[in-house]
Structure formats: structure tokens, C-alpha cells
Design a protein around this ligand. Structure first.
Ligand code: AMP
Length: 249
């Protein structure tokens, strides 16, 4: 069974975000970039499936400029076998990403596609769902447990009311939630080995996808600064402040 994992290059989750002075976008100058955390969980899950003998090959794909090859190499160091870089300078929205992924799925004939539930930069939470719709594959989103049973896959989904378990016929699309697993760190020998693993490059045009923008980014604003908190000496003082200053009780 072949698994395709999608990996997106995003701002490192521990970095403080700066907005450009003209509010046109987030300032990416000298900012540390990393593998989107939900994609890291997707890679880990696929590698564990291979280690268990449920999968024969783990393929990773990233769409973006040349720099995203760094994230493909990271995924290869974490245990993926082969990388595909779909090179584009355009900042592409989820529908375009999903169209490109649909082409890769058709070319590679994969049984399972594992994506992150969302990119932490744009918080779209759309690509997996759109890919499932475009390819007519069943989807299990927000997965916190995945089990392969022959040609079916069982997914426990994190929903508002608790956990929902669904069974999907493969090929299928799964998106990862935070509790699915704890990703490993890449070891130095594996980082070195990853440099020799195959990575092919293609473009949206070569895959027959015409990139169209459907939305336009108008402005980006930083969240309002929160006021500093105050320390109170006793419960009585807290109640006094809640009553007379905040006027909430
Ligand atoms: P989004 O719908 O943008 O929140 O992204 C959901 C997931 O789709 C991400 O966690 C990635 O796994 C995948 N994805 C989105 N954009 C890209 C991209 N440019 N390259 C590779 N994977 C992507």
C-alpha cells in the first residue's frame, strides 16, 4: 500500500509573527520556517504504518517555491521514502493545492492520502476536504486514531461531542488532529541518509493544472495587544475587583 503525505512549509510555530508595516501580509523576512505541525503528525503516522507493515511506501509532496524542498528533506529524514516537489512561486489557495494533489494521486495510484487538518499560517482547514471531493474519495478528517483493516481504514475523529469512529473504503483521504501521535525527532544519520533519497520536481503546468486565484488578500492586522494582568492578594480582593472594577458579578 502506497501512502501520500502532504507537507507544507509554514512559519515555525514558536516564532512571534510580525505584520508588514503596510498591512499587506505577514512579514516573512528572516523568519524561521518549518514543517507545518499537522503535516509532521501526518508524516509520523505514515512512517509508523510502514514500520508496522501496513504500508509499503511513503511518498511526500510539497507545493511551493524552491525553499519547500527543505521540508521535503525533513520528512525524508523522519522516514518517508520519496519526495515530489511541485514548484510554483505563486501563493496558492486550497482549491489549487487540492487540484494539484488530485493529479499526483491519479499518477501515483496511492491508497491513502494523509494531510494535516490545517496549515497554521492561513488556518484554512480546506485542502483535505476539497481533495476528497475532487477525487471522489471518502474522507476522515480530524483523525486522532487510524487503523488499517485490509482494504478499509478505521478513523477515530475528534468532534465537538467527543470521538466519532468511521470506516472508509480505500483509497481514502485523512486529515490529522493534534492527538494522533507525537512526532519523532530526526536523527543525524537519518538527516544524512535523507539527502540521498529520491526527490523529483514538477510544476502545476506539467501536471495540467491552471492556477487561478479565487480570493484576494486585502489586509493583515496583528491581534490587539492584551492588557497586562494584575495580581491580587486574596480571594476577597478578587471578588471586590470583579464586583466594583470589572462589574461582572
Ligand atoms: P489548509 O487547508 O491550507 O489548512 O491545509 C491543510 C493541509 O493541506 C496542510 O496541513 C497540508 O498537509 C496540506 N497543504 C496545504 N497547502 C499545501 C502545500 N502548499 N503543499 C503541501 N501540502 C499542503
Amino acid at each position: 500500500m502506497k501512502i501520500l503525505v502532504t507537507v507544507k512549509r509554514t512559519i515555525d510555530a514558536n516564532t512571534k509573527i510580525r505584520v508588514m508595516s503596510d498591512n499587506s501580509n505577514v512579514d516573512l523576512n528572516n523568519v524561521k520556517m518549518a514543517l507545518n505541525p499537522f503535516c509532521e503528525i501526518a508524516v509520523e503516522e505514515a512512517v509508523r504504518m510502514k514500520e508496522k507493515g501496513d504500508a509499503s511506501e511513503v511518498l511526500v509532496v510539497s507545493i511551493g517555491d524552491k525553499a519547500c524542498q527543505e521540508q521535503i528533506r525533513t520528512a525524508l529524514a523522519l522516514g518517508a521514502d520519496r519526495g515530489i516537489h511541485v514548484e510554483t512561486e505563486a501563493s496558492i489557495e486550497p482549491l489549487n493545492v487540492a487540484k494539484i494533489l488530485a493529479k499526483v494521486v491519479a499518477e501515483e495510484q496511492v491508497s491513502l492520502v494523509i494531510l494535516g487538518k490545517q496549515s497554521i499560517d492561513a488556518d484554512n482547514n480546506q485542502t483535505g476536504q476539497m481533495l476528497a471531493a475532487l477525487t471522489n474519495m471518502p474522507q476522515g478528517t480530524f483523525a486522532s486514531e487510524i487503523q488499517i483493516h485490509g482494504d478499509k481504514v478505521q478513523v477515530s475523529r475528534e468532534v465537538d461531542s467527543g470521538l466519532q469512529t468511521v470506516e472508509l473504503a480505500m483509497p481514502a483521504v485523512i486529515t490529522t488532529d493534534l492527538r494522533l501521535n507525537e512526532p519523532r525527532y530526526a536523527s543525524l544519520p537519518n538527516i544524512m541518509k535523507a539527502k540521498r533519497k529520491p526527490l523529483v520536481m514538477t510544476t502545476p503546468a506539467e501536471l495540467g493544472v491552471d492556477i487561478k486565484q479565487h480570493t484576494q488578500l486585502l489586509k493583515v492586522e496583528a491581534p490587539a495587544e492584551r492588557q497586562a494582568g494584575v495580581k491580587v492578594a486574596s480571594v476577597a480582593e478578587l471578588i471586590e475587583k470583579l464586583k466594583h472594577e470589572a462589574k461582572v458579578i
